[in-house]
Every structure is written in structure tokens, then in C-alpha cells.
Design a protein around this ligand. Structure first.
Ligand code: 13P
Ligand code: SF4
Length: 312
């Protein structure tokens, strides 16, 4: 039996739900029950009746599933699958920051460790960050962490002036430079432009759109699942996609008649790519590696995550 069929057999036998992020390798996406963005994956984990969740994504995503599903076993095929953005802040730093802003509301992107989430009032993802911040009383100071590009995007969209933003970034998205964007856009003059809010170009793109610099071109700043939905719904035939290149596989598969162009071939997350089909197989076979979050941390982090799941 080949690896894929063997994985599908074990998945059925062991009552496992396989979740895969949009950036996963094509062959890993193909064995998943659900492929999506951080918010969608958290929602799927929260409502599943399967006994085991095999998380094909990075560590903080599996931790989030372990927090929302304390009665399930959550496995990740490689414990080394981290996130450069989540690593930009730890719980001590959050506590210190909160101490400098008494009474502020803390909003953290889902790309954070469980210990950091335990310090937050709200958790958010790229698809609901704007609505989470809008839900906070206007007179309250907001501490937004850890992504500075998503943070400045949210501040611009909401018009909020009392928002402090942590200076964290994801090495993949920060590496997408405005110059690369301009070059690709002039090469594909009629393409629609899909941008992830973690990109370093996001703030300038918003400014340019506001100034009318993109003329009639469609520009959308969206989470990975938002991009998937837009690619399907739009009448455009060509799209320039500014995020990790893994998403192109699913976009092309769902929209074979459309053309998708990566903004940069080097926008690859090495952590996401650590999850290979071999490791998924070994994970299912040997029930490894279990992701556990200490009860005291999970209890405090759960509230922030539940708030995130309640706001779409
Ligand atoms: P999404 O929530 O948009 O899927 O993004 C997650 C992520 O890690 C982006 O790098
Ligand atoms: Fe983290 Fe960036 Fe990889 Fe997303 S693409 S998982 S933010 S390192």
C-alpha cells in the first residue's frame, strides 16, 4: 500500500481528524480532512468529535487546538515546526508591557505561544483582527502583539489612535518587499492583487489604495482563507498573491481556469514545510508527538481563544 493510502487507512482506524494549514505541502493537504487558515482550523478543532487531532501546521496552532479541546489528544508530526513571529515575544515581555499600560486591553495574534495567550484579553487571527479591536471600548488603550504589520493595518482600518503595537514580524512576510510588489504588478498589469496583512508592504499598500495609486486594479488584504474565497468569487482571471507560496496549490486546484502568480518564489515558510508525508505517517503510526499545555496555562489562555472564536 502506498504512503497516502496507508495514512488514510490509519486515520479511519484510529479515529483521527487531520487538519492542515493552507501553507502545507500539497501531498499533506491532500490527506487532510480540512485545509484552512488559523481561524478555520481552530474552529474545526473545537467542534470535532474525533478522539485524536493530527495537526499539520506549526506548533502554536497545535497548542491552540490542545487548549480548546482538553479531552482530545493533539499530535504534531514535527515538534520543531515553530514560528518566527510567535518567537518575537514571551510571557515575561507581555507582563512587563502590561505593567507599563495599566488598564489596557491586550490583543494577541493567534501566532503566539500558549504562555503568551494566557496573558491576553483577546486572541485574534488575520481574518478577525479588525473586528476584535472594533469590539473593544473606544476609550480603552489597546496593546496589540506581536505582528507590527497586521497591527498597523488594524490601526489604520479602525482609525484607532490609542493602540500600541509590538515590533514583531514574520520573516517570510516581512521579506516581501515593496519593490518586488511593484515589479510583479507592472509585469501583470491586469491581475488582481491579494495581500496577507502580515506582509511588510501591507501598510504602504493601504496608503497607496487610499491615494488611488492602484487605479482600477482590485486590491484585497485578506487572511489565507479570505484569499481562497476571493480567488473563487472574483471574476478576474489572474491574481498576484502576496503570502507564503504553499497557498497556490489549493488556489490552482480549486480554480483550474485561473492563473495565480506568487509575489516572490522565496516566500516559503521552512517551519510549515517541516511537515512531510513521511512524518505524518510516522505520527499516525506511533501516536507522536503529543502537544500538551499545562492546565494552569490552558485555563487562562482558553478565555482569550474563546473570545476569538466568538468574533468572526
Ligand atoms: P492565516 O491565519 O491567514 O492562515 O495566517 C497564519 C500564518 O501563519 C500566516 O503566516
Ligand atoms: Fe510563522 Fe511566518 Fe511561518 Fe506564518 S509564515 S507560520 S507567521 S513563520
Amino acid at each position: 500500500m502506498d504512503l497516502k493510502s496507508e495514512i488514510l487507512r490509519m486515520k479511519r482506524e484510529k479515529d483521527v481528524l487531520i487538519l492542515a494549514h493552507n501553507y502545507q505541502l500539497p501531498e499533506v493537504q491532500d490527506v487532510a480532512d480540512y485545509v484552512g487558515d488559523s481561524l478555520g482550523l481552530s474552529r474545526q478543532a473545537a467542534k470535532t468529535s474525533h478522539k485524536i487531532i493530527l495537526f499539520c501546521g506549526v506548533h502554536f496552532m497545535a497548542e491552540t487546538a490542545a487548549i480548546t479541546c482538553p479531552d482530545k489528544r493533539v499530535l504534531i508530526p514535527d515538534l520543531g515546526a515553530g514560528c518566527s513571529l510567535a518567537d518575537t515575544i514571551n510571557a515575561d515581555q507581555v507582563r512587563k508591557w502590561k505593567g507599563e499600560h495599566p488598564g489596557a486591553i491586550t490583543v494577541g495574534y493567534v501566532n503566539t505561544s500558549a504562555e503568551v495567550k494566557a496573558e491576553l484579553d483577546y486572541c485574534c487571527t488575520s481574518s478577525n483582527a479588525v473586528n476584535v479591536v472594533r469590539a473593544i471600548q473606544p476609550d480603552k488603550e489597546v496593546l496589540f502583539l506581536p505582528d507590527m504589520f497586521l497591527g498597523s493595518y488594524v490601526a489604520k482600518v479602525t482609525g484607532r489612535k490609542n493602540m500600541y503595537i509590538w515590533a514583531g514580524e514574520c520573516h517570510v512576510h516581512a521579506g516581501i518587499r515593496p519593490q518586488e510588489v511593484q515589479e510583479k504588478l507592472s509585469q501583470y498589469a491586469h491581475a488582481e492583487f491579494l495581500v496577507h496583512p502580515e506582509c511588510s508592504c501591507t501598510s504602504s499598500v493601504m496608503y497607496d489604495v487610499a491615494c488611488g495609486d492602484y487605479g482600477n486594479r482590485q486590491v484585497q488584504i485578506l487572511s489565507t482563507e479570505g484569499m481562497m474565497n476571493r480567488a473563487k468569487a472574483s471574476e478576474n482571471k489572474t491574481f498576484v498573491v502576496a503570502t507564503e507560496t504553499g497557498i497556490l496549490y489549493r488556489m490552482k486546484k480549486q480554480n483550474p481556469e485561473k492563473e495565480f502568480v506568487p509575489i516572490s518564489d522565496s516566500a516559503v515558510c521552512k517551519y510549515m514545510k517541516m511537515i512531510t508525508l513521511d512524518k505524518v505517517h510516522a505520527s499516525l503510526r506511533d501516536d507522536k508527538y503529543e502537544v500538551r499545555v499545562p492546565k494552569s496555562v490552558a485555563q487562562r489562555a482558553r478565555l482569550a481563544i474563546e473570545r476569538m472564536l466568538a468574533i468572526s
